[in-house]
Design a binder for this molecule. Structure first.
Ligand SMILES: [Cu+2]
Length: 208
């Protein structure tokens, strides 16, 4: 076996998450995935995210001033799988009126651990993410992450500012595994902006 032919095997047995703990993963090396042929979204348990559409990403609740978010890690291959709902590096933006309650259903259908924690936007440059900014605003053990699993939490967005929905697994946020959360004094309704698309109003609440 030549040395070259070993590379795809190695990349499959060493998911990027493991490398990330020791050294910054291959952000900025767009040839990596193409060269190995391995995709980040391979090996996901699709039943965990079956039927989820972008309408589910942001939905009004039947409770007043409450929104329900579905946030999926490794939704696509974007950013080596270090994405939420297909977006990384702050390129999706949730805007929530100040004072609203945010209920989050986090799902990681993949084998590499990821987590979700609300931190100040400035903290995305840190190697280890801080504790959740709002009380209860993280999955349990957010530095460890979960794989092939779901977790829910909720918090009250009682302070306006620029925040991030970030992955607490070591070095992931630093490598772009975060999207933006703006808690706004001015906004009257919750919206979600995905990439360059227009910001979209929250979907209607599910009927009881
Ligand atoms: Cu992550």
């Amino acid at each position: 076996m030549t040395r070259l032919s070993l590379i795809p095997l190695l990349s499959l047995t060493l998911p990027f998450g493991l490398q990330a703990a020791d050294a910054p993963p291959p952000a900025g090396h767009p040839h990596h995935a193409a060269a190995t042929g391995a995709t980040a979204s391979a090996g996901r348990k699709m039943e965990l995210i079956e039927g989820i559409t972008s309408d589910d990403f942001l939905r009004l609740s039947n409770k007043p001033n409450t929104v329900e978010l579905v946030i999926v890690a490794v939704f696509s291959d974007e950013n080596y799988g270090m994405n939420f709902n297909g977006y990384a590096k702050g390129l999706a933006i949730y805007t929530i009126p100040k004072g609203w309650t945010v209920e989050i259903n986090f799902i990681n259908p993949g084998p590499v651990p990821h987590s979700l924690v609300v931190i100040e936007k400035d903290s995305v440059k840190k190697l280890q993410v801080p504790e959740p900014y709002f009380k209860g605003a993280a999955v349990p053990e957010h530095l460890k992450g979960i794989a092939f699993a779901k977790s829910s939490f909720s918090f009250v967005a009682d302070e306006a500012g620029e925040f991030a929905l970030a992955c607490g697994f070591p070095a992931h946020t630093l490598n772009g595994h975060w999207i933006a959360l703006d808690i706004s004094e001015e906004a009257k309704v919750p919206t979600l902006k995905l990439g360059t698309a227009e910001a979209k109003l929250a979907s209607p609440a599910k009927s009881k």
